[in-house]
Ligand binder design. Sequence first.
Ligand code: FAD
Length: 446
Amino acid sequence: MLGDAHVVPGEQIRAVPPAWETHQPCHARYLVAPATTAEVAGVLAACNAAGQSIVPYGGVTNLVQGCATRPEDIALSLARMNGIEELDATAQTLTAGAGLTLREAQAAADSADLLYPVDIGARDNCTLGGNIATNAGGTRVIRYGMTRDSILGLEAVLADGTVLSSMNRYIKNNSGFDLKQLFIGTEGVLGIVTRAVVRLRAKPRSHNVALLACDSYDDVLAVLGVARSTLDNSLCGFEVMWDSFYRKVTQPSGRQPALLPAGHECYVLVEAMGSDPATDDAAFASALEKLLESDNVVDGVLAKSEQERAAIWAIRHDVEWIVTGAQNFDVSLRVNDIGKYVEQLEQGILAKLDTAHVAAFGHLGDNNLHVSVLNAKSAAQRAFVEQQVYEQLRPFAGAISAEHGIGLEKRAWLPLSRTAAEIQSMRQLKTLLDPRNILNPGKVIG
Ligand SMILES: Cc1cc2nc3c(=O)[nH]c(=O)nc-3n(C[C@H](O)[C@H](O)[C@H](O)COP(=O)(O)OP(=O)(O)OC[C@H]3O[C@@H](n4cnc5c(N)ncnc54)[C@H](O)[C@@H]3O)c2cc1C
């Protein structure tokens, strides 16, 4: 159906190193790479008839074992479906194949003087389809929302080969069920996304970034309040790094220069983007001045050039230095509770595992905390860390995944964030749309 060149034996895929070390080596017997929706539909219909399991492959950058394969699986890559069909600058929409990388989508928008606002560190490799399947978040959610908020329409192929085309282009369309939502954030277990219509935005004309140091989490909350009230719609990023993160990245053996001295409780990266450089720059500078005069900020630096903005972001983006070899978690809590949670979690882990290094950071403006724990070596120690992270969420009614999804890695903990009735409804939907359980079997709900 696809031609020999596009049915690659597993051994050949295993010989190619992955783009990111996300610990999901390909064990599949074959990787197939269709080029059209009709080919995806043909492959799925044939696999459904044969009871053959399929694991969708985007850029394989997910962090939850969402692309884990077994020797009996076939991986289905969307890499060849990466064409841009249309960029409508007036309607501010981009229509493209699911295999287009995020970087390519951003570049296409930029070439039309527009912005595709979704942005994550894996932008060079992750794909539109993978971003949709994981409802990817990133660093601009506070202003533009998650991937879900940028998807107007999509096309998906169901397990039996049925093509469900919901290529809506309108911001408003209440004509019946919004079926595209079935495929956003459901990690390829209900259908394979083949094309999408994404919403573009006006390209910002001003860009301001500052790094601030605070001596308590309450001060961070006060800074968030000021940033929200003074910067309003231009507030685009509010990232917080605890000293455990900042120190590791900027210490002499670290990779980034310390723009502020280490040793403060938290470091806040504030970013604003607006449409009028003259007034926006002045408003940002005045908000910063107000904060530096208050008791809530003990030190701060305002970037004055693109190079300086990049230097501040480089500290926050240098996660490789933090996450490599660590256990990495991605949770959501009320912003008021995050400081207490970090404190209790660190105490809980260090009480039993005093060699552990607990680094906390995250997209605080949208409730999202990342925690990376290094030095838990044995399986029992790793299980203890996992239990601490998730069990300590319980009193705060936290969510076990803010943006990375469930995959295989967090499946056992799903009942902590979802009721039995919710999980049962997810299973019923799965059974309805994929009765033979061929699509990404075992992921999310088992
Ligand atoms: C350095 C780094 C930084 C990251 N930062 C962030 C971040 O800030 N925010 C965030 O949310 N995530 C982040 N991630 C995680 C990851 O990049 C996202 O989950 C991304 O959306 C995955 O896209 P992908 O194309 O690589 O999908 P893959 O990893 O290939 O797939 C993800 C899941 O979707 C399924 N899938 C893939 N393509 C399709 C399709 N076309 N149709 C149906 N199902 C499909 C897969 O089977 C899998 O279950 C980061 C990862 C790295 C390595």
